[in-house]
Design a protein around this ligand. Structure first.
Ligand SMILES: Nc1ncnc2c1ncn2[C@@H]1O[C@H](COP(=O)(O)OP(=O)(O)OP(=O)(O)O)[C@@H](O)[C@H]1O
Ligand SMILES: [Mg+2]
Length: 477
């Protein structure tokens, strides 16, 4: 294998220029507005990012009723966010208090013109060089325009949430692109799950895939169980040579007997967890949590995205196992709390504007996500596809590993062990769907009929719920 050259795959970013006058004007508006509302501040620092500009302000002193001078309270500035937004005619502003290590309050104002963050600019930055890991992620640029790079191995799993159009799929594509530019199929295998059937389908055919992109929800639980078995088999292999983790194992094996072959990292990507959680909540949750708990040492990492940050999708158990999270724009501060355990994401601008919560940081970091175009992805996929034709068997992971006592990574086909998910078993009894009586009860109690109501109450998928409503209509309810 040979890695693709970055400059042939990715396009360079464009320079951003900005309007000095506008920024000076904004400084004045911030100082004047806050002073007139009894919270005088001084702008001490200006950081210009691709999508927002951060004004670092220092609270000044005001005299209280007894004539004593005290500094303006941070909470007072935070409470004036909406007034400031109005004065600046900004869609929404976010106030970060305090900016870590700076002793300033950060007021983040959307830029007049947003600039794209090119993935290539981040992958050619020093920040990228500094992180030494085969699973580096070029997440984006922070509010001062500095590139931000994270290591998936340290996370070790990533949860991504945000409303529709907020940038989840672009983010996943950027992550996959970065991974595929750094790793050959010997070092990295992917399991991609895409219930929407559009976002990840183009990756079909690249040699990194363990199986073709999984689009059938019924298959997913089986696929996750396959990964669980692979995890167990890796533990056995590590134990047989006394290796601590995948890095240790690969070093020892490479040193001792190169012909045995290294163990590749496995990255599992699920673009839309909600569909899965509706279909088979218990199995999905159990499989995901077990993988998340045990997979770090074995080099198996999960990246999960969802449009619906509600507690029945992002359950407490799942959250507990995904300390690293990205919140894109969400509808309400309640949603933001589900993802980040704090409000803030409801003030994001959408289209790649995110709050990234690193695994053990007290505060999330605001980033503008790196963007990859379809053309770039196409080039990368075309590059890798060349290698995989003619097809080298169903699962390329399959290579003879004679001198390893434990079983080589499992090559069971995915299909036999696919237990039919509980909620989709053939209905029996009186009605075409045996949940109809329950559904009726729910609808009568609520005195309204909606597909999503049924989905939530009966914990069933959209298709089935819609079908039940149809059936009820046919029955004349
Ligand atoms: N990092 C980014 N930079 C610039 N534009 C972006 C970025 N991320 C997303 N966008 C814009 O927003 C659009 C929607 O993004 P995306 O498809 O990732 O949304 P999504 O969160 O996956 O939505 P859905 O939940 O409906 O799948 C993109 O087509 C793109 O135009
Ligand atoms: Mg999407």
């Amino acid at each position: 294998w040979e890695l693709p050259p970055i400059e042939e795959i990715l396009e360079p970013g464009s320079e951003q220029d900005f309007n000095q006058d506008l920024i000076r004007q904004q400084v004045r508006i911030i100082e004047d507005t806050l002073a007139s509302l009894g919270a005088p501040v001084k702008v001490k620092e200006i950081n210009r990012g691709p999508v927002v500009t951060q004004f670092g302000v220092e609270p000044l002193f005001v005299a209280n009723s007894r004539g004593k001078e005290t500094r303006v309270k941070v909470s007072k500035i935070v409470a004036l966010a909406d007034d400031l937004a109005l004065a600046l005619s900004a869609k929404t502003i976010r106030i970060q208090a305090p900016v870590p290590n700076k002793g300033l309050v950060g007021i983040e104002v959307p830029n007049e013109e947003v600039s794209l963050v090119a993935l290539r600019d981040i992958m050619e930055s020093e920040a990228w060089e500094r992180v030494r890991s085969p699973l580096r992620l070029a997440l984006g640029q922070d509010v001062s325009g500095a590139p931000y790079v994270a290591d998936l191995r340290a996370m070790p799993h990533l949860l991504i949430a945000g409303t529709t159009g907020s940038g989840k799929s672009v983010c996943i594509n950027a992550i996959l692109t970065a991974l595929l530019l750094q790793n050959t199929p010997d070092d990295l295998k992917l399991l991609l799950v895409d219930p929407k059937r559009v976002e990840l389908m183009p990756y079909n055919g690249i040699p990194h895939l363990l199986v073709p992109v999984v689009v059938d929800m019924e298959r997913v639980v089986g696929a996750l169980q396959w990964v669980l078995r692979e995890m167990d088999s890796r533990y056995r292999r590590f134990a047989s040579v006394g290796a601590r983790d995948i890095v240790d194992y690969n070093e020892r094996v490479a040193a001792a007997s190169p012909e045995v072959g290294r163990i590749p990292y496995i990255v599992v990507v699920i673009d839309e967890l909600a569909d899965l959680m509706m279909l088979a909540p218990q199995e999905t949750e159990r499989a995901i949590c077990r993988l998340a708990q045990m997979a770090r040492a074995t080099g198996i990492h999960l990246i999960i995205a969802t449009q619906r940050p509600s507690v029945d999708v992002v359950t407490g158990l799942i959250k507990a196992n995904f300390p690293a999270r990205i919140a894109f724009a969400v509808a309400s501060s309640v949603d933001s709390r589900v993802i980040l355990d704090m409000p803030g994401a409801e003030r994001l601008l959408g289209r790649g504007d995110m709050l990234f919560m690193p695994p053990d940081a007290p505060q999330p970091i605001r980033l503008q996500g790196a963007f990859v175009s379809d053309a770039e992805i196409q080039r990368l996929i075309a590059y890798w596809k060349v290698f995989s034709a003619p097809p080298a068997g169903p699962i390329p992971l399959e290579r003879a590993t004679p001198s390893v006592p434990a079983a080589p990574p499992v090559q069971l086909p995915l299909h036999p062990d696919l237990a039919p998910p509980v909620s989709e078993q053939r209905p029996s009894g009186l009605f075409e769907d045996d949940l109809i009586p329950d559904a009726l009860e729910v609808l009568l109690a609520e005195n309204r009929a909606s597909v999503s109501l049924l989905q939530r109450r009966l914990r069933i998928g959209y298709t089935r719920s819609a079908r039940i409503i149809e059936l009820l209509e046919e029955l004349g309810v």
